[in-house]
Design a protein around this ligand. Structure first.
Ligand SMILES: C[S@@+](CC[C@H](N)C(=O)[O-])C[C@H]1O[C@@H](n2cnc3c(N)ncnc32)[C@H](O)[C@@H]1O
Length: 374
């Protein structure tokens, strides 16, 4: 290889004495340097450059560092041979990886800003004439404008899917399986993020008329939403679409069981929990295991998938009551007053047991016949 160039669309930022080159390979970190000589040397790859010729300008350890940087930039798919076919170019990271990295950056930025205190604003203003608030406003302005653009796509996106599912504004007696994952119930509208029979974000609200739904099933979804700020409006939305007398069945991890097992030093419980949750750290302490399960995630990168809260019956019942549900009661695995809601066995997780017991909490409630919260 001799001639190299930054791949079209490469995200290369030379700013504030630092170069940041975004990785195009999942799980490979971005490239960063604050060495002015290296930054200036790398900047020339904006146009095709003969590597051997460019390397002649370098000597000693600087040459070694530069060549190592080139080798890494090749690995992460950012430097390519000019004219490389699109297929030969490394694929851009999936958007969720990009967003995970962004979540981490925003969190770390917040920590940096808090660490520096007023010094950050003073130094930025002195250096560039643009203070911290204006810099942050520019970033949030970009995020917001992208969100607004995406928001305009929701309506047509959902309408097309609903049409394909045969659901219209006059549809009634629907059955909603919300946060279905890969478990699709026949005869139900199965909703989740993409890909799903009805791909959506439940935080957008539900695209169904008031009172058009007969039953709702959610299994191991609620703990993935922020409580109460996202959970309460979401439960209120479920209440809105349910018909009076319609029933909701909610299954969540039973955090009370973890708390009891912790307090009672029930090692067997935690041993079985770790086996059931092989993704976790097998040598974690009971507390590490329990807190991770209840929502204390390892870092902001897993913000979407991670648990964000945990429920016992009292807390879940209170949340349901605040959303206007009545007749809130504990249920058991595959035990519903409504035969049509005996569907837990379709979930990948609701049937899991340890210590001879189901570890999920099963709760049901109905929308009052009058439509008025009691
Ligand atoms: C643990 S899985 C449960 C899957 C299935 N219900 C089961 O019991 O096996 C949680 C599901 O909630 C979905 N989910 C989480 N947040 C969501 C959101 N904001 N909108 C739609 N689905 C969401 C996830 O995509 C995932 O499929």
């Amino acid at each position: 290889m001799s001639r190299l160039v930054f791949v079209p669309g490469a995200q290369v930022e030379f700013r504030g004495g630092r170069a940041l080159v975004r990785s195009r390979i999942a799980d490979r970190p971005d490239f960063q340097t604050d060495q002015p000589g290296l930054i200036a040397w790398l900047a020339r790859f904006a146009a095709p450059v003969d590597l051997d010729l460019a390397a002649q300008d370098l000597a000693g350890p600087g040459r070694e560092i530069a060549l190592r940087a080139v080798s890494y930039l090749l690995d992460i798919g950012v430097l390519v041979e000019p004219g490389a076919s699109a297929a030969a170019m490394a694929p851009a990271p999936a958007p969720d990886r990009r967003l995970s990295a962004l979540s981490v950056s925003v969190y770390e930025l917040a920590c940096d800003v808090l660490g520096l205190g007023p010094a950050a604003d003073t130094a930025l203003t002195e250096r560039t004439g643009i203070g911290l608030d204006a810099r942050l406003a520019a970033i949030s302005g970009q995020v917001e404008s992208l969100r607004q653009e995406l928001a305009t796509m929701r309506g047509p996106y959902l309408s097309a899917q609903l049409r394909a599912l045969g659901v219209g504004p006059d549809s009634r007696d629907l059955q909603l399986h919300v946060g279905c994952g890969p478990c699709h119930l026949p005869g139900w509208i199965n909703l989740d993020i993409h890909p799903a029979p009805l791909a959506t974000n439940v935080l957008w609200g539900l695209p169904f008329a008031d009172g058009s739904v007969r039953r709702v099933f959610l299994s191991h979804l609620l703990e993935h939403l922020f409580y109460p700020n996202d959970v309460q409006p979401f439960l209120a939305e479920l209440q809105r679409v349910l018909a009076p007398g319609g029933r909701i069945r909610v299954v969540v991890p039973d955090i009370e069981q973890c708390l009891r097992a912790y307090a009672e030093n029930d090692d067997e419980f935690f041993r079985e929990r770790r086996e059931l949750w092989p993704g976790g750290d097998a040598s974690s302490t009971r507390l590490e295991h329990f807190l991770a399960y209840a929502g204390a995630g390892p870092d902001p990168a897993h913000i979407f998938q991670a648990h964000k809260f945990g429920y016992d019956f009292e807390t879940l019942a209170r949340a349901l009551a605040r959303a206007g549900f009545v007749a809130i009661e504990r249920s058991g695995y595959m035990q519903s007053r409504d035969a049509g809601l005996r569907v837990d066995e379709n979930s990948e997780v609701a049937g899991a047991m340890h210590g001879g017991r189901h570890y999920s909490l099963f709760v049901e409630a109905i929308k009052p016949e009058t439509g008025v919260a009691s």
